[in-house]
Write a protein of this length. Sequence first.
Lengths: 229, 229
Amino acid sequence: MHNRCENCIIKELNSLKALKKDELKRISESKVSKNIKKGEVIFKEGERLNGVFCVRSGVSKLFKMCDNGKDQIVKMSARGEVLGQRSVITDERTNLSAVALSDMEVCYIPKQHLQDSINNNIDFTKAVLLNIANDLKFADNVIVNMAQKTVKQRCAETLKHLEDSFGTDCDGFIAVTLTREDIANVVGTAKEACIRTLSAFKKEKLISTDGKRIKIENKKALYRLIEGL
Amino acid sequence: MHNRCENCIIKELNSLKALKKDELKRISESKVSKNIKKGEVIFKEGERLNGVFCVRSGVSKLFKMCDNGKDQIVKMSARGEVLGQRSVITDERTNLSAVALSDMEVCYIPKQHLQDSINNNIDFTKAVLLNIANDLKFADNVIVNMAQKTVKQRCAETLKHLEDSFGTDCDGFIAVTLTREDIANVVGTAKEACIRTLSAFKKEKLISTDGKRIKIENKKALYRLIEGL
DNA sequence: TTAAAAATATGACTTTTATCATGTTTACAG
DNA sequence: CTGTAAACATGATAAAAGTCATATTTTTAA
């Protein structure tokens, strides 16, 4: 038996909370729950999506392959993210690729439902609009950081952002574990530079690590680093 | 006598085209036409806007001041841009500053009108949504370029983008003239690096210049530069 | 018109970051 | 378990980009 969207708590985190009972009912009947394994591709840049993926649990990265062979991660998706939302709205091919960074539970929702609701439920359209507007603000800020901050500053910023978005586990470590290469691909640098910077942070007691797990030890100093040089 | 929004051709370029006659009428009655001088501040980052600015003519830059004292230009606004749209929608303080780069004609539209239409006219809400979704796609691509491309590549990209957005004048020069410093602030580099790169482009006959005016002479070679190194 | 200010241009040098090489540790499939 | 691949780490070096200095040209405003 399916879990019913009407009862799903995840939608409180995204635009789907603005859907009405009957809309949710219809979605419930055609949605497909999927388990996605770590490393699996959810969609590739340039694909035409026939639906969106509502993330119930797990983490994924949204990124673009560059001419230089590296990936640039544009966004890390947390619980509640609606993957593919932008391209379904604009009815375009996806601009980014999505890959699972941990095992994930997602619900696949055929795009017709979203498009119907966007055409008929102004509360939903507004909710999506607010969502995208916030993504845009965030993206603008990333542009500024990429352009004007050093690798050191961006590493610090990325650690802060990961902790803010994913929280900490019971031991105080950031509740998402990325490879150094993935962190580098968020920061926009080479993995060696990322590793070196994190090692320096460790030496300065700004952070500590346990394998891939990272704990922010001196929040104040790390945050200060983000601003000044 | 005011120009009436109902007859204004500019709205064909933006979300306001989805407004109905009576909405346009109401806006016409409370909008204010303004002439803004080159260099004038339209709004500052962190301000609370009481309306948006629909650009009839002229060019402005949307940018953010950084801790290192430099500005990062996030977007150059052409005719048809609705400045302040994002922050009025989310009802937040502005995230960016806007400054006129040439004399401009704009219409100031009190925010109540937009908010009313967003709450009642689903076609308008959808139009704004598409608009912002496209801005987001563009911003994501800028992030990737900033993070992964060299200054040379980004300079080439910026020239292409300026020509694509603003077109060329009768002599074939890009129809917007920026200082080298402003170009540098789009590219995300120091003005010296920008000047040097443009000089190199001139030597390689990719572009020619006449004062601040820039003409792309070898489109193919310049575009090739954007991709590979 | 002309003096001052701003913008452009270029050289010299420093700092930051990327790349390449190599060794070590960790994760994981058989 | 254990061998193999992946990830981590660090040094050496090269390349890219930033900064500072200074000269020239262009723009602007009195």
